[in-house]
Design a protein around this ligand. Structure first.
Ligand code: ATP
Ligand code: MG
Length: 731
């Protein structure tokens, strides 16, 4: 019997993958580890459906995790077909739901041209609703309610259908009523927030058999990537749509579930078989992405998690043996950035394509030191899923304050900050300001000075303006006496800018505060405010250059599904990764999610994976001696080469016993003069245990332990502390 040769695109699959592509009828779950070709299967299946005539392009619904992934899938399907494909239902949950909802807006009480509100608008609207309902906003911050509503929407719960178990005691049990009022306001404004897109659509599909039947007829096949990170409402939407033909194919990996904080529910994977009886489950076990040591390291790490479905993963690449994972210990984050920069330089000299290099960080603020280093080396880069450090909103605001302080003629800067935070300088006041400046032909700030002498402004805005102008003068004068970093901190605090973000309960606020601290930290490396501002101006200009391949910087969360030849994973320190938040929550669950994130990070690498940690990090203005991430200890030692002496004590886990690992592992704070410029301290300490000493800030005490240049001291006043020896003298 002679079989007809398989088409080219099928020949590029292994047997299991091929089964997953060719099993076209009925529900199918592909459950497999990183890099086993899940996304390739989905893309090929899409093309196969079209090639075999099983479906027209518009009859397939395909869900990807990001818009970028959707673009790639469209291109790959087009490449397999040999022609561009149009009219696809291919995109993220949000994009697909929005498109559907426009067709049925009236069923959700909207018109087809409804507006989609961004989180800012959402918060503003919610605030109005709360004010109208007489809620005490000081006690009950807007973002608290926003989070609750988001959670309800993620769980597919409209107002009036919140079960007791999901209710909230927020604002004395008024959250549900406020939710209802908010939804009514949205309808009146012909608007929807992001959460509404899926919520409205599931409600419509549930409530209107005719509409549901239409979609059942339309979508013969449904494809879902990154299924492990779907939340309940996404799941409900999928299940409703899939009940027609039941041709739904989901691919996912429970070990890569990293969005539980956005309501993702791993249980959706487990539920699949129950909801779709007779579902086929295909497992893929060959990893085609990474070399054996990278895989072994990732597998060894993730094996520490308990709540796993369990999967086999073996190297499928021809050239599977390769470099071991590097774990590099550095002194501080600057040295870490230098190490990464130097290795990228070296790789570039060896001909490594820069587009195949990524630096994946746990927290957004970490990108700053790498960005600076890459700029200094002239290596082009881009930041995915977020702005470059100096382009971030809060950084631009802060820098505008500094520019306005330094240069009274800098109108752009002044205008940016004049009413940020809100100080009652509304449109009228600003218009008066601009008019005066124009008429007199002077900068805004000078015109403002003049306005203070007149009656042009009402008393309240006038007082606010006076305070700002006086502040700018005072801070500027402060520069002559105090260090520029101290002044910068004053600017941000006294202007109310930091406070504004502290009051803000949105999920981004904490990251913004971290970025502001990182900004001050960066500033400490420059001799003066002027030098720093010049540096920033140059950094921003540098931006415009460089086309072509670039190094990618992004968070681990944004890196899901991607792959690179060379991957840097910096900042593996307790409190940073795993994050302090996951440690504070204390539960094993949060920690397991961090570990999955580490697994996602390592498995992005094809050939080289360089993990690093710094022994010292300046956090919240103080030098902090860090403890290497527990994840480093969990990597199988035989797959890892350690480089650089471990400058910090590296205590084995057993020291901390088996219980909650938290309290004793917290980084201890090393006090240094605030914002002092980093300088590598001499290591030989002329001190002895038991010696009485004097510390510049904490006074007298006795040394209880010495580790290199760090001293543990029992102070005569206050708690014992760990300090750097250069701030200590023999008493
Ligand atoms: P992740 O879990 O990270 O999303 P994945 O399971 O979706 O990974 P893919 O991204 O589809 O994996 O594939 C990983 C890499 O392996 C890709 O470069 C892909 O082109 C390649 N690959 C997949 N299957 C094969 C195969 N049968 N032969 C050769 N290469 C393959
Ligand atoms: Mg994938």
């Amino acid at each position: 019997m002679t079989a007809t040769p398989a088409p080219d695109y099928l020949a590029r699959l292994n047997a299991e993958q091929r089964a997953a592509v060719e099993t076209l009828d009925g529900p199918l779950l592909v459950l497999a580890g990183a890099g086993t070709g899940k996304t390739r299967v989905l893309t090929t299946r899409f093309a196969h459906l079209l090639m075999t005539g099983r479906a027209q392009p518009h009859q397939v619904l395909a869900v990807t995790f990001t818009n970028k992934a959707a673009r790639e899938m469209r291109e790959r399907v087009g490449a397999i077909l040999g022609r561009p494909v149009e009219g696809l239902w291919l995109g993220t949950f949000h994009a697909l739901a929005a498109r559907m909802l426009r067709r049925h807006a009236e069923l959700a009480g909207l018109r087809p041209d409804f507006t989609i509100l961004d989180p800012d608008d959402q918060a503003r609207l919610l605030k109005q609703v709360m004010e109208a309902e007489g809620v005490d906003l000081k006690r009950w911050p807007v973002n608290g309610l926003m989070g609750i509503i988001q959670r309800w929407k993620d769980r597919g719960l409209p107002p009036g259908r919140i079960p007791a178990a999901e209710s909230s005691d927020y604002a004395n049990h008024r959250a549900e009523a406020l939710y209802a009022a908010y939804q009514a306001r949205l309808a009146a404004l012909n608007a929807a927030d992001f959460g509404d897109l899926l919520l409205h659509m599931t409600e419509i599909l549930r409530g209107d058999a005719e509409v549901l039947a239409r979609y059942h007829r339309l979508f013969r096949y449904i494809l879902v990537d990154e299924y492990q990170d779907t939340n309940l409402v996404q799941y409900l939407w999928l299940r409703l749509l899939a009940q027609g033909h039941r041709n739904i194919c989901c691919v996912g990996d429970d070990d890569q579930s990293i969005y539980s904080w956005r309501g993702a529910e791993i249980e959706n994977i487990l539920r699949f078989e129950k909801d779709f009886p007779g579902a086929r489950i295909v497992r893929l076990e060959s990893n085609y992405r990474s070399t054996r040591p990278i895989l072994a390291a990732a597998s060894g790490l993730i094996a520490r998690n308990e709540g796993r479905l369990g999967k086999t993963l073996r190297p499928g690449r021809g050239d599977a043996e390769g470099e071991k994972i590097r774990v590099v210990s550095l002194w501080d984050s600057e040295e870490e950035a230098r190490m990464v920069g130097a290795r990228i330089e070296a790789a570039r000299r060896e001909g490594q394509d820069l587009g195949e290099i990524a630096i994946l960080v746990r927290a957004g603020f970490q990108t700053r030191s790498f960005e600076e280093r890459l700029i200094a080396l002239g290596i082009p880069y881009r930041v995915f899923g977020g702005a470059k450090f100096y382009e971030r909103l809060e950084i631009r605001d802060a820098v505008a304050y500094f520019r306005a302080m330094m240069n009274p003629a800098d109108d752009l800067a002044f205008e940016r900050i004049v009413n940020v935070p809100k100080r009652g300088l509304g449109e009228t006041a600003l218009a008066a300001l601009h008019r005066a400046a124009r008429e007199q032909g002077v900068p805004l700030r000078l015109a403002a000075q003049g306005l203070l002498q007149s009656e042009a402004l009402r008393p309240k805005p006038r007082a606010a303006l006076r305070e700002l102008l006086e502040g700018l003068e005072r801070w500027r004068a402060g520069l002559d006496g105090e260090g520029h970093v101290v002044v910068a901190q004053q600017v941000l605090e006294e202007s109310g800018y930091t406070e504004m973000w502290k009051q803000d309960r949105s999920p981004e606020a904490a990251g913004r505060l971290d970025n502001l601290k990182e900004l001050l930290r960066a500033m400490a490396e420059f001799g003066s405010m002027a030098a720093f501002l010049e540096h920033i101006a140059l950094v921003m200009e540098n931006d415009e250059a460089a086309e072509g391949a670039r190094v990618s910087l992004m968070t681990l969360h944004a890196a899901k599904g991607l792959e690179f030849d060379m991957v840097f994973l910096p900042g593996w320190e307790e409190g940073l990764f795993p994050s302090q938040r996951s440690l504070d929550e204390g539960g094993a669950k949060a920690l397991e999610e961090e570990r999955r994130l580490a697994y996602v990070g390592i498995t992005r690498a094809r050939r080289r994976c360089i993990i690093s940690h710094a022994a010292n990090r300046r956090i919240y203005g103080n030098w902090t001696s860090t403890i290497p991430s527990r994840f480093l200890d969990e990597l199988p030692p035989e797959e890892v080469v350690r480089e650089g002496e471990a400058p910090a004590p590296h205590l084995p886990h057993s020291v901390f016993g088996g219980g909650p690992l938290i309290a004793s592992r917290r980084p201890r704070v090393i006090e240094a003069g605030p914002w002092e410029v980093a300088e590598r301290p001499a290591r030989a300490a002329p001190f002895a245990v038991g010696q009485r000493v004097f510390h510049q800030k904490f006074g007298y005490g006795r040394i209880t332990a010495i580790e290199e240049d760090r001293l543990d001291i029992a102070f005569e006043k206050g708690d014992p502390k760990r300090v750097l020896d250069r701030f200590v003298e023999p008493a």
